[in-house]
Design a protein around this ligand. Structure first.
Ligand code: HEM
Length: 188
């Protein structure tokens, strides 16, 4: 239920005329930030499960991942439809000026691949290949931070990108440590 809050907030603000002077910018930024928040929460499930021993947490991982994709789709659609009205020339011009958009797009393409292969039947069908494919989530994490960092670097405001960058390094670094430890244990 809580995962609907960011969307409900945008709808409520829209209905009560509180989206500010530039509503499209408000929606693009809000959905972009929530995509990143959901990405971090999704990546936090496994470390939390391992550290607390609460195995039931694993049930939420798929749903949280799909919410990440949902907000990324809203973010992308707002840009493509309401900001650029599907005008390819305008988009190409914008990408030339703001290359961070291409980085966001790369993350989105990878997210599509993960969302398409998320149904249980797909997990079964792909077997080991599913795991290999879903490692793309690490690349998505890196691209998402780069996208955010690059955008904010142009505005000389790196407080939030640094914060999310640190969270991402912790979430991915933990996995690297676990992997290194298991590899060492196996070789002994
Ligand atoms: C995993 C995918 C993505 C994530 C996590 C993400 C995240 C973000 C974040 C955190 C922001 C900054 C919000 C703020 O200022 O508070 C942002 C801005 C932006 N993103 Fe994304 N994004 C993603 C994909 C995309 C895609 C596919 C596009 C378009 C093709 C895109 C276009 C933009 C644009 C244009 C802005 C700047 C908005 C402005 O200047 O007002 N993003 N994104």
């Amino acid at each position: 239920m809580l995962a609907w809050y960011p969307l409900a907030r945008i709808v409520l603000f829209g209905m009560t005329d509180r989206l500010g002077a530039n509503p499209i910018e408000f929606i693009t930024r809000s959905t972009g930030l929530w995509t990143l928040v959901f990405l971090c929460i999704t990546l936090a499930v496994t470390p939390l499960r391992r550290l607390t021993g609460v195995t039931a947490l694993a049930r939420f991982r798929r749903m949280l991942g799909l919410f990440t994709f949902f907000y990324a789709t809203l973010h992308f659609t707002t840009y493509l439809w309401f900001d650029k009205w599907f005008d390819v020339a305008a988009i190409l011009k914008d990408i030339g000026k703001r290359p961070f958009i291409t980085v966001g797009f790369a993350a989105f393409v990878l997210l599509i691949a993960l969302a398409v292969t998320s149904p249980r039947a797909m997990v079964r069908k792909l077997g080991r290949r599913w795991q290999a494919l879903h490692r793309a989530i690490y690349a998505i994490g890196g691209l998402a931070i780069l996208h955010f960092w690059w955008m904010k670097a142009g505005k000389h405001d790196l407080i939030l990108p640094r914060l999310y960058g640190a969270i991402m390094v912790a979430l991915l670094g933990w996995r690297l440590l676990v992997w290194l430890r298991e590899r060492t244990l196996k070789s002994h």
